[in-house]
Design a protein around this ligand. Structure first.
Ligand SMILES: C[S@@+](CC[C@H](N)C(=O)[O-])C[C@H]1O[C@@H](n2cnc3c(N)ncnc32)[C@H](O)[C@@H]1O
Length: 290
């Protein structure tokens, strides 16, 4: 417990007659069953990152760097274990790991959506329609609809995800492939999607988004919620961003990007302009205009 207190996971009250330990905001995230909009239970994200498979992939990084692997270069995880992470074949490696990772990614991705809706009210205000591209089971659009019930929301994801998504009167679910076509809307949202893909695939995804939205004058935009690497939010947030960059490098073909990287991708995909709406914690919100 002393080590965990020193590492910033718990607090202790050493003035008490008997030393007592308490939760801080970090360990609070590991408490299950909290009824609060902004609370998502992060146990599975932690279990994934400390799993044998993640750790072994991290340890294989030095060998991976020295290999002359043909493009598309597999991640160290894929090279070592033979299957990619967060993929339909991951369960062939280990069913329990696959379950933990899927739960962990969902918990991580839904962390702080309430804060984004509250802090960036202009992002969704006045929107007539929105497609959440790779929107999973629709958790994000359901949160948006609570605040903006008039937006016509569509969720695009792979067929196996859409099959098990809970029905909702105001949400249209579309099973498909974002590299092929994206359901049209005034705005397309990509929340924590592009960090899974290399630059070339990001350009392809953004080209499809551009086909799905109207002109800038008609309110067309792509909303991107991702890390924008850089020290502007202070050393702790920057370290978190860099650790997430390492996590993506070891386990996926993607990475985290700084503003220059983002600008280059937007330009290659044919967009005319972008605006960083806000940075909240380690993540940022970007609007990209056709
Ligand atoms: C990390 S999750 C995205 C997170 C989600 N936007 C959120 O914030 O909760 C990645 C999602 O992309 C979906 N996906 C992967 N490849 C896809 C494709 N080619 N077309 C559509 N969806 C895809 C996966 O099924 C998964 O639900």
């Amino acid at each position: 417990m002393r080590l965990l207190v020193t590492s910033g996971i718990f607090v202790s009250d050493s003035n008490a007659e008997v030393e007592t330990y308490g939760l801080n905001p970090l360990s609070w995230l590991l408490v299950e069953g909290v009824e609060s909009e902004d609370h998502t239970y992060q146990k599975y994200f932690v279990l994934g990152t400390v799993s044998r498979h993640y750790v072994e992939a991290g340890l294989s990084l030095a060998d991976w760097f020295k290999k002359d692997l043909p493009a598309p270069v597999p991640s160290p995880f894929e090279e070592l274990h033979g299957v990619p992470l967060v993929h339909e074949t991951t369960k062939l490696l280990d069913e329990e790991l696959d379950r933990i990772v899927n739960e962990g990614v969902a918990a991580h991705d839904n962390l702080a959506i309430g804060t984004i809706i509250r802090e960036c009210s202009d992002l969704f205000r006045g929107l007539q329609s929105l497609t959440d591209c790779c929107g999973g089971d629709g958790t994000t659009v359901r949160a948006i609809l609570k605040a903006y019930p008039d937006i016509k929301c569509t969720v695009l994801d792979l067929p196996k995800v859409i099959e098990s998504a809970p029905a909702h009167d105001s949400v249209t679910y579309v099973a498909g492939d974002m590299f092929h076509t994206i359901p049209p809307a005034q705005a397309v949202m990509l929340k924590l999607v592009l960090h899974f893909w290399d630059d070339e695939d990001c350009v392809k995804i953004l080209e499809q988004c551009k086909k799905a939205i109207p002109s800038r004058e008609e309110g067309g935009k792509v909303i991107i919620i991702e890390i924008i690497l850089g020290p502007s939010m202070g050393p702790i947030m920057y370290e978190s961003q860099l650790l997430m960059d390492m996590l993506m490098m070891v386990n996926t073909r993607g990475r985290q990007r700084d503003e220059n990287d983002w600008r280059e991708i937007f330009t290659k995909a044919g967009y005319s302009d972008y605006k960083i709406v806000k940075k909240i914690g380690a993540r940022g919100i970007i609007e990209v205009y056709p």
